[in-house]
Write a protein that binds this ligand. Structure first.
Ligand SMILES: Cc1cc2nc3c(=O)[nH]c(=O)nc-3n(C[C@H](O)[C@H](O)[C@H](O)COP(=O)(O)OP(=O)(O)OC[C@H]3O[C@@H](n4cnc5c(N)ncnc54)[C@H](O)[C@@H]3O)c2cc1C
Length: 535
């Protein structure tokens, strides 16, 4: 058994893990080790933006989880739960949409967690980005590691969608990450010069040559090493061997909303009854580990179109266009390969509350049926309608004490009746947009026709077709010790265990109103500040 020792050991090279490890390693006097279960992100499937479309088919760079059967879905259908397993984590397989959420999201977090209000976190968002769209403003930053840009070669179809939104009274919003979210806009994406800009490129690659930063890939961490109630390092599996690294100062878990609670439970930290069921010795009772799971549920409204030039589709002409696009990307880093597919983003409200939208729209220039796992011949476009603050709460549990077994993921979609009511209203609003004049030149048949006012039919459709928008959070939620379900405090330290923090999307007390990649990096930035300040 080899033994290495570092000041900080960070488990998980995803959005948050890269941010915290990168920032901590800025101090040449501390040593940082980053352990990642997956491999290198230096592949065309990560670098080429459209490469992520291959993830579900080739099962590339992903843990490829599914949910347990969902009572809220037709016939207990199981949902799909891809999570990145590669340097950069899910930021290497995601749709690159850069959203921060609504200021009220963070003010709600701060009600129980001092230091996390919007005014507290805004400087971190600004510090983390290099914004090409707007430059430095009251809300936006330049000079940070994360490049944020507009798509280089957006489809003309987006303007038709924006016009269709205008037909429904939804205005164009210059920047949904600034003064207000409400409205519709071209997507801001984590790309640079036509390539994906994931967390590893942002935070780790510039420091690769630093002697105080060690990155170990293919390292599947199996448990946290404890000396009583103090973390001292971690054990990991690599190439058939069991190895250890020691942490002189702290162990930081950044395994994501499923990886981090799984690791805590494998280490004997969690709900004691559940741990005993799997023969795991309880080191510290913490009932909230793996509880409070929240995920954005989305549905898709898909239309066919004859405009093959403006959409990615399955046809001879489409295949030829894609082939040409590959050469264009290789030569100039422009064209279709730079698409994130979800090219236009909108925030609307079913409650008539433009200050705090509860539905996100993502307009996609392709047919996206069952995460593209259900193929269709021909061309089309898709509107994702996503519920932003679902009330359903689920769990992630251990399937066994074997660290390589997938956890049992139960988002309990639609277990709260308001989620169905709100998503039906959102679907109707999405339908109205898709049927508006602005899209008339493009509109073909709806793939799964709906009658706008047939609520029973829409509900059946949602139970048959809804699934994740890929944003699981809150399974190690942040909160005060007085909250029995809080796992970490406002400094991200695990309650009751010294020298152990969780730093990733799992600490969010509640889902934010938007995609979760930028907030996860912000959490990494914040953690680095807290650690450096000795809090
Ligand atoms: C398909 C998809 C599309 C998405 N689209 C968007 C989008 O367009 N915009 C957006 O903002 N967000 C998007 N997201 C969500 C966003 O990417 C995540 O919320 C964010 O990456 C979460 O960051 P994290 O650090 O918590 O976890 P991750 O980025 O998932 O990182 C966790 C890391 O820990 C590693 N790990 C886990 N367990 C272990 C272990 N035992 N040992 C070692 N390593 C381990 C994993 O391999 C992974 O690298 C998408 C996600 C997916 C999957």
């Amino acid at each position: 058994m080899s033994l290495q020792e570092f000041d900080y050991v960070v488990v998980g090279g995803g959005a948050s893990g890269c941010a915290v490890a990168g920032r901590l390693s800025e101090d040449p006097n501390v040593s940082v080790c980053l352990l990642e279960a997956g491999g290198s992100d230096n592949t065309v499937f990560v670098r080429a933006p459209l490469g992520f479309a291959a993830t579900p088919h080739l099962k590339l760079n992903t843990w490829g989880y599914n949910t347990v059967p969902q009572a809220g879905f037709t016939n207990g259908r199981q949902g799909y739960q891809p999570r990145g397993k590669v340097m950069g984590g899910s930021s290497s397989v995601n749709a690159m949409v850069y959203t921060r959420g609504n200021p009220k999201d963070y003010d709600r977090w701060a009600e129980h967690n001092p230091g996390w209000s919007y005014q507290d976190v805004l400087p971190l968002f600004k510090r983390s980005e290099n914004n090409e769209c707007f430059g430095a403003t009251e809300y936006r930053g330049v000079g940070g590691p994360l490049n944020v840009a507009y798509l280089r070669s957006p489809s003309p179809l987006n303007e038709a969608f924006i016009q269709a939104c205008a037909d429904q009274g939804i205005p164009r919003n210059p920047d949904y990450n600034a003064a207000k979210q409400f409205g519709v806009s071209p997507a801001q994406v984590t790309q640079k010069t036509g390539e994906r800009w994931n967390a590893a490129r942002a935070y780790i690659d510039p420091r690769r040559s630093q002697p105080n930063l060690t990155v170990i890939t293919g390292a599947h961490t199996s448990r946290v090493l404890l000396d009583g109630k103090r973390a001292t390092g971690v054990e990991y599996l690599q190439g058939g061997q069991t190895l250890q690294v020691k942490a002189k100062r702290e162990v930081i878990l950044s395994g994501g909303a499923y990886g981090s609670p799984q690791l805590l439970m494998l280490s004997g930290i969690g709900p004691s009854e559940h741990l005993r069921q799997h023969g795991i010795a309880v080191q510290h009772e913490l009932p909230g580990v793996g509880q409070n799971l929240q995920d954005h549920i989305t549905t898709v409204l898909i239309y066919r179109t004859s405009r093959w030039q403006d959409t990615i589709g399955t046809s001879l002409r489409g295949a030829w266009a894609l082939l040409k696009a590959i050469f264009e990307w290789r030569g100039k880093r422009t064209g279709w390969i730079t698409t994130n597919v979800a090219e236009t983003q909108g925030f609307i409200s079913t409650e008539g509350n433009p200050d705090y939208p509860n539905i996100q729209l993502a307009f996609c220039t392709s047919i996206i049926d069952d995460h593209t796992r259900k193929p269709h011949l021909g061309h089309g476009y898709t509107l994702h309608v996503t519920l932003m603050r679902p009330k359903s709460r689920g769990t992630v549990k251990l399937a066994s004490a074997n660290p390589t077994d997938a956890p049992l993921i139960d988002p309990a979609y639609f277990s709260h009746p308001d989620d169905m009511t709100d998503l039906i209203k959102g679907t109707q609003m999405g339908f109205d947009i898709m049927e508006s004049k602005g899209l008339a030149p493009y509109r073909g048949k709806m793939l799964y026709p709906l009658e706008r006012n047939n609520v029973a039919q829409i509900e059946a459709f949602l139970r048959q077709n809804s699934d994740t928008e890929y944003h699981p959070v809150s399974t190690c939620k942040m909160g005060p010790a007085s909250d029995p379900f809080a796992v970490v405090d406002a400094t991200l330290r695990v309650h009751g265990i010294a020298n152990l923090r969780v730093v990733d999307a799992s600490i969010m007390p509640n889902l934010i109103t938007g995609n979760t990649n930028a907030p996860s990096m912000m959490i990494g930035e914040k953690a680095a500040d807290l650690i450096r300040a000795g809090t």
